[in-house]
Every structure is written in C-alpha cells, then in structure tokens.
Write a protein that binds this ligand. Structure first.
Ligand code: NAD
Ligand code: WQD
Length: 356
C-alpha cells in the first residue's frame, strides 16, 4: 500500500533522511510518516531499547522497507561508515537517547555519555559529509514547573530535575553553540510534551522495558491484567481535581511534526538557524481525566487507587503550541479518546503476539 505519489526529489533522487533511534517508539512512527511524505529513510539504532522486527512492521505499514544499520551512535567510526555507505543525507532526525528519568538518577554517567556523545558524534560528522540539517528530540522537561501556563518557547529554562532532563538542556546548548561557531548546520529543536498512543494499525507502539514508569503504558498493562492496580500519584495538587496535569500528544501527530520540520529545513524556510518549537496539543488533561477518558473510549473499567505524590513530579504543564501551529503549519489533530483507544489496541496486539 505504497502512498509514494509525491516523491521529495533532490537532483533527481528521493531526498534521504537519517533517523537515529528509528526503531524506537517515536522514531518508528516518524519513519512511516517520512516515507509517506516521499522521503527515503535510513535508520540507525543500537537496539538497546527496541527490536529489529520494528523494521518489518514499518514495512507493513508503509509498504517500504527502510534501510537499517545496527550501529551505536557512540561509535564514531561505525556512524561514519553509515554516512559513507549511504551517502547523500539531506538531514538527520536524532531520536537516539536513553530516556528513563529514574534510571538517569541511578546511572548519571551512562545518560551523560549516551545522550551527549551521540549528539557530538553526529554534529562532527554532519559538515564532513555535507549534511546541513538536524531535527533534535527535546522535551518539555527543560521548562521544569513553568511560572506561566500554557508555556511558550521563550519561558526560562529551569534547573533540571534529573540527569536525563539535564542532557536535553545540554544538548540544546551544544547545538546552539555549534551553529553559533559557524558550522554549516540548520537545526530545529522540538520540545515534546507527553507522547502517548500507538499507530492506528496497532503495528507500531511503545514497548516498555520492565515495569512501566510512564502513565499510559502502566494504565494499559493494568487494564489487560499484567499489573493489579494503577497508582495515581497524588490528588492534593493545586489543580481542578487534585491530580497532576499534562499535555498528552498523540504519537502520530508528533511524528508528523518531524516531517514538517524537515520540510522547513530543506526548503530553507527557517527564520533562524536554530529554531525551537513546542509540540503539544495546548490542552491540559489531568491524570484522573485521562483515566476516565480511557474507560469511556474502551469500555474497560480500570482498577486504580490514589497514593502519595511521586518525588520530582511537576504539578502541571501544558504547551502553548501557537508557534508550531503558525510557523510549521502543524497542529495536533487526534482526540484523546482515539489516542487512548490506539494505546489499548496496541496493548491487545502485544498480547496476541505473546510479547506482553
Ligand atoms: P525509545 O527508547 O523508544 O527510542 C530511542 C531509540 O534510540 C531506541 O530504539 C534505542 O534502542 C535507541 N538508542 C538509544 N541509544 C542509542 C545509541 N547510542 N545508538 C543508537 N541507538 C540508540 O524512546 P522514544 O520515546 O522514542 O524517545 C525518542 C526521543 O525522544 C529520545 O531522545 C527521548 O529522550 C525524546 N523524548 C521522549 C519523550 C517520551 O516521553 N517518550 C518525551 C520527550 C522527549
Ligand atoms: C504523567 C503523570 C505522574 C505513572 C516524563 C518525563 C518527561 C518526558 C515525558 C521525556 C504524572 C502520573 C504516572 C503512574 C501516575 N519524557 N502517573 N501513575 O512524568 O509527565 O514526564 O515523560 O522527555 O521528561 O519526566 O510522564 O507518564 O511518567 O507521568 O499517577 O503509574 O502521570 O505522577 O503526573 P511525566 P509520566
């Protein structure tokens, strides 16, 4: 079911994008959206938090098998061989990173090395191979608890709550400093809010490693009976129902933001060489509201209980996505109910496949 009617062409060739972390949760969804938009994609992943069979599922969704290189972004020589072998990347989307907040507190050096050295390797290779564009996975975590909501891109960066969060702040600075030094690089930093859900085909989704730390994977695992009960961490926050408030963004909508960001870089549409965009819905949803929306969308009753607050949680945060809406022409479109239904269908599919 190839949708490749509208090839992105460059010198008579399809424009080629390198996607690091492309077998991961957000990366895999982005690969299919890039392919649907006419890009040729090369995936690099060390499979530290994903499986090679994701490539098969990408092919099932898009009708196109992306090239795949099992390479660690920490391995400069290995990464360089990917640039040399495939050649002609017009841009990179850099997803590859370690992302577990709690683990980063236990193993800070692993996080600093993986998340920072991987980016440095890419930024060194880009000018060498004439690759002029990079889209970087940043996070709303850089804002901490914002003073004003919804939070805009101009809000101050607060001291990071975790080594993981700090790596995102440092990576943003590394990109800015590199571009400011005169490197021939254009960058777009996308600050994601809380990505949730799965592909509507249930062929791609999030595969949590061990006990999920994030709300929606824990919720769907509880609904299917893998976990006994979902703990809601606190109902005494200064929010309408006392539970924390987040901006839950559908993963396919999020994936599409990357495509428009790449389009913008490649057509020279940027206003500055480094641009930053919030990628969220603009709507705050509480943990309890999300639980009730899940029950409504799926008809499944969820076993949950209110427990104490989780250390380090932000009380409330949601995006002002106006800049992305206006400048990128991107807007989150999927309803929370459809998104939660997609997460549930993914969980059911995992059981069918005997995975979880
Ligand atoms: P993920 O773990 O599913 O995907 C990351 C992928 O990168 C995995 O497939 C992993 O195997 C790979 N990887 C990690 N280190 C690597 C290395 N050194 N070399 C090659 N591959 C490597 O995570 P995700 O949720 O898809 O997140 C993607 C990006 O988005 C990350 O940078 C993450 O920090 C960022 N982000 C995620 C969220 C979220 O809530 N999921 C929110 C904001 C930002
Ligand atoms: C959401 C809400 C919890 C689990 C994390 C990272 C952030 C970004 C996105 C990468 C919170 C509550 C959760 C549970 C619960 N990632 N919750 N019971 O903490 O907003 O953000 O992922 O950049 O950096 O910190 O996401 O899904 O863990 O939690 O009540 O079992 O759900 O307290 O209010 P979070 P989350």
């Amino acid at each position: 079911m190839s949708k490749m009617t509208n090839y992105k062409m460059h010198d008579g060739m399809k424009q080629k994008v390198l996607v690091t972390g492309g077998t991961g949760y957000i990366g895999s969804h982005t690969v299919v959206e890039l392919q649907a938009a006419g890009y040729e994609v090369v995936v690099v992943d060390n499979l530290s938090n994903s499986n090679a069979d994701v490539i098969d599922n990408i092919e099932k969704v898009s009708g196109i098998r992306p090239a795949f290189e099992k390479v660690d972004c920490l391995d400069y020589a290995g990464l360089e061989s990917v640039f040399a072998k495939h050649g002609g990347f017009q841009a990179i989307i850099h997803f590859a990173a370690s992302k577990a907040v709690g683990e980063s507190v236990q193993k800070p050096l692993l996080y600093y090395r993986n998340n920072i050295v991987s980016l440095i390797n890419l930024l060194e290779l880009m000018p060498k191979y004439g690759v002029g564009g990079i889209v970087f996975s940043s996070s709303c975590t850089v804002y901490g608890q914002p003073d004003e909501l919804p939070v805009t891109e101009d809000a101050p960066i607060k001291k990071a709550e975790s080594p993981y969060g700090n790596t995102k702040q440092i990576n943003e600075e590394i990109i800015r400093d590199t571009v400011a030094s005169g490197a021939p690089i254009n960058a777009i930093l996308l600050r994601y809010f809380n990505p949730i859900g799965a592909h509507p085909t249930a062929l791609l989704g999030e595969l949590p490693n061990g006990v999920p730390q994030n709300l929606v994977p824990y919720l769907t695992q509880t609904a299917i009976g893998i976990r006994e009960k979902l703990s809601v961490f606190g109902d005494d926050y200064n929010t309408p129902d006392g539970s924390c408030v987040r901006d839950f963004i559908n993963v396919v909508d999020l994936a599409k933001a990357h495509v428009v960001a790449i389009d913008r870089i490649l057509r020279g549409g940027q206003k500055e060489k480094v641009e930053v965009f919030n990628i969220g819905t603009g709507k705050g949803v509480s943990v309890l509201e999300l639980i009730h929306a899940f029950e409504k969308a799926t008809g499944v009753k969820l076993n949950y209980q209110i427990v104490g607050r989780r250390a380090g949680d932000i009380e409330k945060v949601w995006a002002n996505p106006e800049r992305a809406n206006t400048e990128l022409g991107w807007k989150a479109g999927t309803s929370l109910e459809d998104t939660l239904l997609s997460a549930w269908n993914w969980q059911l599919k995992l059981r069918e496949r005997g995975i979880q």
